[in-house]
Ligand binder design. Structure first.
Ligand code: NAP
Ligand code: 8YV
Length: 321
């Protein structure tokens, strides 16, 4: 008898074929009446696979009395209540490390695209503006600029390392100072007032909720650029729109938003803003590595009781599994 699992959200063909080989997979997207499905199957579900966006809703957690493992396709797991996991002895796993390079690449891409006005200049050529009106206005260089990174973990450190190539002067803000050569700020607003670019790459959740508020954006200023590859919740989005509209903040490169898949329409017309649809890790190579790790965590748990990459809150549970 294969163990039974619930798949929340999508999965690649590669993930599905590996999951189907080991598990009987129930797909939430195909369940029309959840309560009816739950009364027939919920007791047999011991595993859930999900992603950073969907997480596991409280009512689904509550409906699965024998859940033992939640495997998240993504490093950020703010949509999974780890307090409930620990209390119920459920191990949550995620996909740290394998996406660092591509997420960092998108942060650098957003910096370059916003400072070099990539979208405007692409349109300049396509629209015939070049031939009609001549050269596009000059843009700004990222060379030797001051960059403040909010969150210097696995990905933040990779962003810093990549920006060294551009001669950037790197500083960072985290709750605890790291053993690195970059300048540490224990106050985010002070760092924002000292830098040209502020890059957010922390986890989401209550501890980082709207850390980038009106004061921080004002401190970054009318020549400053905000890059957000963390979570929409880290930035006060209403204040972001106002700051850009009123010219208190100069530029923004945004991969994540408060109410995905929606982004504030006010941003759509802004030439000083570059938007991507939460695609920092969305390369074929990185998504394959994330998918493999997501499935390997599940299989490892059922084969030998261990997991490869538990979330920190569940590390103790994982070691006694
Ligand atoms: P990580 O290694 O755990 O690093 C998190 C960093 O954030 C640490 O330096 C941590 O330092 C800092 N931090 C946490 N809470 C903070 C707070 N309240 N104030 C200031 N700093 C805080 O995580 P990671 O692997 O780099 O991933 C970071 C996050 O990036 C993920 O959780 C996810 O939300 C986001 N992400 C987004 C995408 C995307 O597609 N856009 C892709 C991957 C990841 P301290 O603990 O010392 O504060
Ligand atoms: C994913 C992410 O796109 O890893 C993360 O935290 O935000 C992205 O890599 C997300 O998990 C949705 O699957």
């Amino acid at each position: 008898m294969k163990p039974e699992m619930l798949l929340i959200g999508g999965a690649t063909e590669r993930m599905l074929s590996k999951m189907n080989a080991v598990f009987q997979v129930h797909m939430l997207s195909e369940i029309e009446d959840f309560d009816a499905w739950a009364s027939a199957h919920a007791e047999k579900i011991t595993a859930v696979a999900t992603n950073g966006h969907d997480g596991v809703k409280p009512e689904i957690m509550a409906a699965l009395p024998n859940l033992k493992i939640i495997s998240c396709y993504g490093v950020g797991y703010d949509a999974i209540d780890t307090g409930v996991c620990v209390a119920r002895g459920i191990i949550a796993t995620h996909t740290p490390g394998v996406l660092n390079a591509d997420v960092a690449n998108l942060a650098v891409l957003l910096m370059l695209a916003s400072s070099r006005c990539l979208i405007r200049d692409d349109l300049w050529v396509r629209s015939g503006n070049w031939a009609k009106n001549g050269n596009a206005p000059l843009t700004r260089s990222i060379e030797n600029k001051k960059v403040g990174i909010l969150g210097l973990g696995r990905i933040g450190a990779e962003i810093a390392r990549k920006l060294e190539v551009f001669g950037c002067d790197i500083s960072y803000h985290t709750r605890t100072q790291k053993e690195v050569a970059y300048t540490y700020y224990d106050d985010l607003e002070t760092m924002a007032s000292d830098v040209d670019y502020l890059i957010a790459i922390t986890p989401g959740g209550p501890a980082t909720h709207k850390l980038i508020n009106r004061e921080v954006m004002n401190a970054l200023g009318s020549e400053g650029t905000l890059i957000n590859v963390a979570r929409g919740s880290v930035v006060d989005e209403q204040e972001l729109v106002l700051a850009l509209q009123e010219g208190r903040l100069g530029f923004a490169g945004l991969d994540v938003f408060e109410h995905e898949p929606n982004a504030p329409e006010a941003l759509f017309e802004m030439e000083n803003v570059v938007l991507t649809p939460h695609t920092a890790s969305a390369t074929i190579e990185t998504r394959q590595a994330m998918g493999d790790l997501t499935v390997e965590n599940l299989i490892s748990f059922f084969e030998n009781g261990t997991v490869i990459s538990p979330v920190p809150e569940c590390a103790d549970l994982a070691s006694i599994a």
